[in-house]
Design a binder for this molecule. Structure first.
Ligand SMILES: *Cc1c(COP(=O)(O)O)cnc(C)c1O
Length: 358
């Protein structure tokens, strides 16, 4: 592009332009969905579990946004699993006590089977994290955490860990590369649930890992092939389409989230509103307790009562209704995923739901 280095392009421009098919007469503007389990020998794919040309657009655009090389996985948990598989037998894993429940469930299971040793830490306490990391194989960071929205000092944690040889992986699902670039902050691996903001329309389950370390990239590629945790061509195509609008969706949903947080902070029926200053998730507790909180989520008409997050439509749920949710999450905590609707309509719905449950 006019001799410019792609690395100097704004993230919004990369989101729109990276990973397009090469321009030539009659080449399509978007990569086609390739439905094939086998390919003619001599290229990179060969067999569908080893790769598929539909992966390239998504892996290129997310890689350029994060500043590394990307591997797409069947889900966020499949991506997470591939990273955990790199920990040597009996190796120490440090992880946030407030991490995503699927991550904690898998770590606890591995610890129970003694394939790893698990150290849960307060990820906001950098001294505690770096202390626990000294003899660790892997430091798993999630920031902001789901659903309590705690922030980690990724730069300080990475710096301390690189001195001791621990690998640092960051679950960047809530921030997206538009708000936080862990590889630039010194992390070794970025993990995404692309089911959330990257895809953005609540119609895809997909995951990804990104790294700029060739040894880790090759090891993770081998895990994907061995575990068979590859995405489907349709899912990855939809996720690429989602990333094309990530910046505009994120800007709008974030502005809405900031405004809703400000209004919630002045609302007397709720306590401990949480918002990390960026992103699209707002969490809060209900003064009247868990049953009323549950009722509130079931009362809204515009905001959908459901799990997951990061879609164009607003959703909410009381997280502790899910039995595997860690007990560190308050019983009455509602996690609100703010969408791109008009903020006043969302606010009216919140006020309506809070009132009816009183
Ligand atoms: C949803 C989520 C995951 C798991 O991703 P899936 O795509 O559902 O497998 C991991 N981490 C965070 C922070 C999440 O929100």
């Amino acid at each position: 592009m006019h001799g410019h280095d792609d690395a100097n392009l704004a993230a919004s421009t990369i989101a729109v332009s990276a990973g397009r098919p090469k321009r030539s007469p009659d080449a399509p503007l978007n990569a086609p969905i390739t439905m094939a389990s086998a390919f003619i020998p001599g290229g990179n794919s060969g067999y569908g579990r080893h790769g598929n040309p539909t992966f390239n657009s998504f892996e290129t655009v997310l890689g350029e946004l994060e500043g590394g090389r990307t591997l797409a996985f069947a889900s966020g948990m499949a991506a997470t699993t591939a990273v955990f598989e790199l920990v040597p037998a009996g190796g120490i894993v440090v992880a946030p006590q407030g991490a995503y429940n699927g991550t904690l469930t898998q770590l606890a299971d591995r610890a129970r089977r003694k394939t790893i040793k698990l150290r849960l830490v307060d990820i906001t306490n950098t001294a505690e994290v770096t202390n626990a990391s000294k003899d660790a194989a892997l430091v798993w960071v999630e920031s902001p955490t789901n659903p309590t929205l705690e922030l980690a000092d990724i730069k300080a944690i990475s710096k301390a860990a690189s001195a001791t040889g621990a690998a640092i992986a960051v679950d960047n699902t809530f921030a997206t590369p538009l708000r936080q670039k862990p590889l630039d902050l010194g992390a070794d691996i970025v993990v995404h649930s692309a089911s959330k903001l990257l895809s953005g329309h609540s119609d895809v389950i997909l995951g990804a890992v990104v790294t700029n370390d060739d040894r880790l990239f090759n090891a993770l590629a081998k895990q994907r092939e061995s575990l068979g945790s590859i995405p489907g061509a349709l899912e990855i195509w939809l996720a690429t389409r989602g990333i094309r609008t990530l910046h505009v969706r994120l800007d709008r949903a974030e502005a809405n989230a900031r405004e809703i947080y400000a209004r919630l902070s002045k609302t007397k029926d709720i306590v401990h509103p949480r918002y990390p200053g960026f992103g699209t998730i707002v969490s809060f507790e209900v003064k009247a307790g868990a049953d009323i909180a549950q009722k509130i989520t079931e009362t809204s008409e515009l905001i959908t009562y459901t799990t997951s997050l990061g879609g164009v439509e607003s959703t909410w749920e009381r997280r502790r209704r899910i039995p595997s949710e860690p007990t560190t999450v308050p019983e009455s905590l509602i996690r609100l995923s703010v969408g791109i609707e008009h903020v006043d309509d969302l606010w009216d719905d919140i006020v309506f739901a809070l009132k009816i449950a009183r």
